[in-house]
Write a protein that binds this ligand. Structure first.
Ligand code: FAD
Ligand code: NAD
Length: 434
């Protein structure tokens, strides 16, 4: 049987894949040129919805409403969109082998396809406590979140157990966003995380204190410091308690774990160069092997603005890296070039009626303004990070779209600042007046 040959193939059907497909269409795609292989059952969707509106007790988000590219104000791309544009979307199809020398891939069902150019967009998966040998971590009732199936299992548990109690392990993005969803569902939550405060990747102790206080006021119990060392199960294998290193035992009908993600590198391992825990790419998302591109969570790319190499596990970069890779591929076909990727880090989160955005780099001295007055949901406060006399990062809670644009501009332009006092007294107006 003749193997089907595609001009372009995308392996992985998440955020990057959906935005790459749209860019191919916008650049001019002929029917039959592009195929997407996804182990998920659903056409690419905006993954951030899963830890937010998908879990709401009322007015929950459901497909097709959050298919890519709805999250950035674009048009939704349900499965029919791919058909209409002559794109072969292979859902529930895991790629088992990607042979970059032979330019071929093999699915778990044993089907083989050939390609001219491949974009690998396999994203990341969650870190499991069972992998680090925590006893009882294989109990029923312990949930992780990456895909719709995971979210559906958690929703069923919430319905089944009604009001919990739940233990959330990890104080990062998943921990904070899922705690808020559980509370909205009337589940009593205890959060457990190591270290002195939540969101250690970004928050200063001062920022963390606000969010921790806010969560406690919503009835959340926070246990900081000790790790979970064991899960006890009942005779049916269902989790019953979480034991902490300091000897504390917490009752749990539901456990939600968010202790970090690891990029899915299996397919290209040993075939292309790696760096910083991802696939090393240039400013066009080309790996070390011609015609092999890597985008989204798995790419370690040149962060031009800071002159180093980074991997970023956030949706804005997933979208933009995919667009950049497709533009680079199409430009190369025409013998043209495009500017190198010049990414300004942008992270955000929403929980309860809180909403923050961060742009730039959280290095140097952190200067927080407006924090004392910030108590309620209408709170507006922020932090600037100052390095070598320049503002290199900016965080804002409760900003309007214009105000968020202003802090992004600060992080991009890196204006000089004479003293910490200048930032403290100017607060948000430092950003809105540059
Ligand atoms: P993904 O979107 O993860 O897509 C990878 C796809 O590849 C998946 O469909 C996977 O099943 C598939 N795949 C993997 N291996 C194979 C294979 N061998 N064969 C076939 N298919 C395969 N970021 C933010 O900035 N803001 C947020 O609010 C936010 N919320 C998030 C909420 C959740 C619950 C999660 C999990 C992440 C969130 N993120 C958020 C991070 C953001 O979603 C990711 O950075 C982004 O999805 C990465 O895009 P990607 O295309 O690289 O990977
Ligand atoms: P994370 O890195 O944000 O947070 C991990 C948390 O787990 C940290 O608080 C860390 O101290 C804690 N931790 C680490 N090991 C632990 C252990 N053994 N026991 C208890 N706590 C431990 O990762 P995450 O929250 O799991 O998020 C997973 C992925 O999803 C990331 O790629 C993240 O960027 C993405 N995500 C992003 C958003 C957003 O940008 N708003 C929202 C949800 C998920």
């Amino acid at each position: 049987m003749t193997e089907k040959v595609y001009k372009y193939v995308i392996v992985g059907g998440g955020v990057s894949a959906g935005y790459a497909a749209r860019e191919f269409v916008q650049q001019g795609l002929k029917p039959g040129e592009l195929a997407i292989f996804s182990s998920e059952e659903f056409a690419p969707y905006e993954r951030p919805t899963l830890s937010k509106a998908y879990l709401f007790p009322e007015g929950a988000a459901r497909l097709p409403n959050f298919h890519v590219c709805a999250g950035s104000g674009g048009t939704k791309q349900p499965p029919e969109w791919y058909t209409e544009h002559g794109i072969d979307l292979y859902l529930s199809t895991e790629v088992k082998i990607l042979d970059v020398e032979a330019k071929s891939l093999t699915t778990s069902a044993g089907a083989t396809y050939k390609y001219e150019t491949v974009i690998v967009a396999t994203g990341a998966t969650f870190v499991r406590l069972a992998d680090s040998g925590v006893p009882g971590a294989d109990a029923q009732g312990i949930y992780y979140l990456r895909e719709i199936d995971d979210a559906d299992k958690l929703l069923a548990a919430i319905k089944d157990k009604k009001d919990g109690p739940a233990v959330v392990i990890g104080g990062g993005y998943i921990g904070l966003e899922l705690t808020a969803c559980l509370v909205k569902n009337d589940v009593k939550v205890t959060m457990v995380y190591p270290g002195p405060h939540c969101m250690p990747r970004l928050f200063t102790p001062e920022l963390a204190a606000f969010y921790e206080g806010y969560y406690e006021a919503k009835g959340v119990t926070i246990v900081k410091g000790p790790r979970a060392t064991e899960f006890e199960k009942d005779e049916s294998g269902q989790v019953k308690t979480v034991k902490l290193k300091d000897g504390t035992t917490i009752q749990a009908d539901i456990v939600v774990v968010g202790v970090g993600a690891k990029p899915r590198l299996e397919l290209l391992k040993g075939q292309v160069a790696e760096e910083k825990g991802g696939f090393k790419v240039d400013g066009f998302f080309k790996t070390s092997v011609p015609h092999v591109y890597a985008v989204g969570d798995i790419a370690a790319f040149p962060m031009k603005i800071y002159g180093d190499i980074r991997r970023v596990e956030h949706v804005d970069h997933a979208r933009k890296s995919a667009i950049q890779a497709v533009q680079a591929i199409k430009a190369e076909e025409k013998g043209e070039t495009i500017p190198e990727y010049d990414y300004l880090p942008y992270f955000y989160s929403r929980s309860f009626d809180l909403s923050w955005q961060f742009y730039g780099d959280n290095v140097g001295e952190a200067v927080t303004w407006g924090r004392e007055a910030a108590q309620a949901s209408s709170s507006k406060f922020g932090t600037y990070w100052v390095k070598d006399g320049k503002v290199v990062g900016a965080f804002l809670e409760g900003g309007s779209p214009e105000e968020n644009k202003a802090i992004a501009k600060v992080a991009k332009e890196q204006p000089a600042v004479s003293s910490k006092d200048e930032l403290l007294s100017a607060g948000l107006s430092f950003a809105t007046t540059i």
